[in-house]
Design a protein around this ligand. Structure first.
Ligand SMILES: [Zn+2]
Ligand SMILES: [Zn+2]
Length: 270
């Protein structure tokens, strides 16, 4: 049974608690999150933030380590070795975020992004860790690259889902989870809610991507992990279930994917 302040079991599977936006009150934000949530995953997007996320781990706080496509030029053999070292921590539950982002690819061309993405996917296969995938305006290339690796991976998350039904169908085929962030609550996000409706409940996850993308009631403010409750409410409506059921289901999904069980992470290869 939960000892939390409410009856809804919820997790935030994707936050950036190490971000500068939390420099003034990081511990308060974490403590408030853990008052209402079961646990959270702090996601890295470069070497420094991956280490900072790992440094924040402890009871209820897990980490994913990886390099965002914007920083793909830094996916060197040395960096991959350092990520592998970090992944040896029992609090690291996944590699990521990694992927493709063509929103402003002038800084990091698609071929460089693809290289960095493939090398990290290969590391995840080697380490038998699930992957956290970032996709922005790059759906076709994301699909063709993941088609090469998905069946070798122990799972993955299409995080802050922004694709269409075709990508949902691919995720189902790969057995990947589909995770929705605060933007699914926005009034004009009908297409995203359709994607959520099409996502099988056993593959559904919820996240904040905080400090970004605060859900509708907090829109425009700094997002915090505790705000995952608002996104869960929208997803519950879309799925036609109670928020308690949505929370229970998505938390169970996350526990299974990340192999988190009563605060202990299990590794398949151990
Ligand atoms: Zn992302
Ligand atoms: Zn993120």
């Amino acid at each position: 049974m939960s000892s939390k302040t409410n009856d809804v079991r919820l997790t935030d599977t994707h936050c950036h608690l190490q971000a500068k936006a939390f420099d003034e009150d990081r511990e308060t934000v974490r403590d408030q999150a853990l008052e209402s949530l079961e646990w959270i995953v702090v996601i890295g997007d470069d070497m420094e933030s991956s280490q900072a996320g790992l440094d924040l781990t402890g009871p209820g706080v897990y980490a994913a380590v990886g390099i965002h496509p914007y920083h793909a030029a830094h996916v060197t053999p040395e960096a991959l070795g350092a990520l592998e070292g970090m992944a040896g921590s029992p609090h690291v539950v996944a590699l990521g975020e990694m992927g493709l982002d063509y929103f402003k690819y002038n800084d990091t061309p698609p071929d460089v992004q693809a290289e960095g993405f493939r090398r990290q996917l290969e590391l995840a296969v080697k380490l038998d860790l699930p992957v956290v995938i970032h996709n922005r305006e790059s759906q076709d290339d994301i699909i063709s690259i993941l088609d090469d690796y998905a069946d070798q991976l122990p799972g993955g998350i299409m995080h802050c889902f922004s694709g269409d039904i075709n990508l949902v169908e691919r995720c189902v085929k790969w057995g990947f989870h589909v995770s929705f962030a605060g933007n699914v609550t926005f009034p004009k996000a009908g297409a995203l809610r359709e994607a959520a409706a099409a996502t099988p409940v056993e593959l559904l996850l919820v996240e904040t991507d905080s400090p970004y993308l605060a859900p509708q009631p907090k829109r425009g403010k700094r997002c915090e992990p505790a705000y995952v409750c608002y996104t869960a409410e929208t997803l519950a409506e879309v799925k036609g279930v109670s928020v308690e059921e949505l929370g229970e289901r998505t938390t169970a999904n996350a526990e299974q994917l990340f192999r988190v069980n009563n605060g202990v992470v299990r590794r398949n290869k151990e």
